[in-house]
Design a protein around this ligand. Structure first.
Ligand code: PHE
Length: 343
């Protein structure tokens, strides 16, 4: 077996060779464990001291200890040096120019239908109506029966209505909320109901299976036709501008009596006739009327004591008229070139 000084100088040479090859901080950690760890050669040398003559032990012990310290110092120094270099390298990689101008991010916008709904709802809430949302999936009773539709009314036909089963359907209008409201509250009732509607129609530039309406209903003592006119005029002038002119035409809906349709003077041609108003000078905006006594009765409201008015308007149609949009399908196609035109 080699003498202790030889073993020591061999160990040092091996160590120094390995040290030269080490590059990463990890390598130095490993080297330290390898040489100075509990199972390392220095420790074995320490253990082998017990085989020396007792008088040699202190001297050899010191030599081994010195070596241990020497190697540890090498490791520490190299490790510190490499760690510093690594950190500098990392900082260089992470360097950013804080003076660079930011990259603009595309900003989302509200869908034109949401914008129109928000505007309409804001106006009506300001006029004292509270918001009620009804179910999109409802029963035949709430969509038709409770609204005085005769059992054989053509609107119930499979052609128009998406039935989910014999009882459930996708509501064809927001008027179902009227029935729910009358069941839930007692008069005075003053609500609006914005929401989605569905009709089983062929999709074309003018009609879609999916659209939005805003419904309104007001029931109280002594509500008259004059209240309906005043409310509609006030609402439409807030929506379309002070100078808007309205026209009321008789019309038929099973749940109102009398029923009407409300037109506004064409916003585009001011009444002289253009493509948008189909050369009539007027735009049909909403359906309305006095709540039918049968509907009140079904809602447990005494028609001798109470009366009310209701109206409903299609939001896609209104937005198309106001913004001269010629194809209703644009609203659901998610084409950014279209949507970005509504800031
Ligand atoms: N629900 C009717 C429709 O969808 C509109 C309407 C609502 C008419 C309320 C009168 C009263 O066409």
């Amino acid at each position: 077996m080699a003498s202790l000084p030889d073993q020591i100088s061999q160990l040092r040479t091996h160590f120094m060779n390995e040290l030269r090859e080490a590059t990463h901080s990890k390598d130095f950690e490993n080297l330290k464990t390898k040489y100075l760890g509990k199972k390392g050669p220095i420790q074995s040398l320490m253990i082998s001291l017990k085989d020396c003559a007792p008088e040699e032990r202190p001297q050899f012990g010191k030599v081994i200890n010195d070596l241990k310290q020497e190697l540890a110092l090498h490791c520490e120094n190299s490790l510190a040096r490499v760690k510093l270099a690594e950190r500098n390298h990392q900082l260089e990689q992470e360097w950013i120019d804080a003076t660079l101008p930011g990259r603009p991010r595309p900003q989302g916008k509200l869908h034109p239908i949401t914008q129109a709904l928000n505007k309409i709802v804001d106006i009506l809430v300001g006029m004292g109506f509270s918001i009620q949302t009804g179910p999109d999936v409802d029963t035949d009773y709430y969509n038709f029966g409770g609204l005085n539709f005769a059992p054989d009314h053509p609107a119930r036909d499979m052609q128009d209505t998406f039935y989910l089963n014999t009882e459930l359907l996708l509501r064809t209008h927001t008027s179902n909320v009227q029935v729910h409201a009358m069941e839930t509250y007692s008069p005075p009732i003053r609500i609006i109901a914005p929401g989605r509607c569905f009709r089983n129609e062929d999709i074309s530039a003018r009609s879609h299976v999916f659209f939005h309406q805003v419904e309104g209903v007001y029931i109280d003592k002594d509500v008259t036709f004059a209240d309906l006119f005043a409310t509609m005029d006030e609402f439409l002038s807030k929506l379309l501008g002070e100078k808007v002119e309205t026209r009321y035409r008789p019309s038929y809906f099973p749940f109102v009596e009398p029923g009407l349709e409300v037109d506004v003077k064409c916003i585009s041609c001011k009444g002289s006739g253009c493509r948008i108003c189909k050369h009539t000078g007027w735009l049909e905006i909403l359906g309305a009327g006095m709540v039918h006594p049968n509907v009140l009765k079904k809602g447990n409201i005494d028609p001798e004591q109470y009366s009310g008015y209701a109206w409903g308007m299609g939001i896609e149609r209104l937005t198309m008229l106001l913004s001269d949009i010629r194809d209703i399908r644009l609203f659901t196609e998610n084409d950014l070139r279209f949507l970005e035109q509504f800031p």
